[in-house]
Design a protein. Structure first.
Length: 195
């Protein structure tokens, strides 16, 4: 039997790339996360809804991000732009299946983190950590049909489309499909996020 690494999501690493650092959250990151969460493009592309009660939203934001570093069954890291040292978003492994060594992946980038290659580098680094350090077998995600920029990034790093979830999101007067995508450890081993 081959001894494989076991995913340990309670360890919160710091990963440093050319453009971004992925690290555990600190209080100063809330400004960047807040800017992302109120951005109309982020709200639409993630299928979120805007909430009018700012005081309540602030309490939820502080409580949520104040506990991310203590979660043993998921890995949430801040995406920090190395040129400004500011948080521009997050990367997350959640819905962890210990038996199948699989999890869901999601990424959120605010306006200050877009269109400069930060997202591609962050996704590639995080996937590398998932496969090479945590020993994951499969990482999956869903991307809405109206988010071609995100889909291009996912394809660029090796995610493969598996199927379509039809009309999963109400968008104004219409419905939007989502594509299920995944990447497997054997695929990552062949191309390391550069297929």
């Amino acid at each position: 039997m081959i001894d494989q690494p076991t995913a340990e999501f309670s360890i919160k690493p710091t990963l440093t790339g050319e453009r971004v650092v992925l690290r555990p959250f600190i209080d100063a990151d809330l400004d960047g996360i807040r800017a992302a969460l109120v951005d109309p493009e982020v709200i639409r592309l993630t299928g979120s809804t805007a909430d009018e009660d700012e005081a309540e939203q602030e309490k939820i934001l502080r409580r949520w991000y104040g506990t991310r570093n203590a979660q043993p069954d998921r890995l949430d890291l801040a995406v920090v732009d190395r040129t400004t040292d500011g948080c521009v978003g997050e990367v997350v492994f959640n819905e962890w299946n210990k038996v199948s060594l699989s999890c869901n992946f999601r990424v959120l980038l605010g306006p200050s983190g877009r269109d400069r290659g930060l997202g591609t580098e962050a996704v590639r680094m995080f996937l590398g950590y998932g496969f090479e350090r945590l020993g994951l077998h499969r990482i999956e995600l869903e991307v809405f049909a109206f988010n071609p920029r995100a889909r291009r990034v996912y394809e660029k790093v090796g995610f493969v489309a598996e199927g379509v979830l039809r009309e999963v999101l109400r968008d104004g007067d219409g419905w939007v499909d989502a594509t299920v995508m995944s990447i497997l450890a054997a695929e990552w081993a062949r191309h390391r996020g550069r297929p």
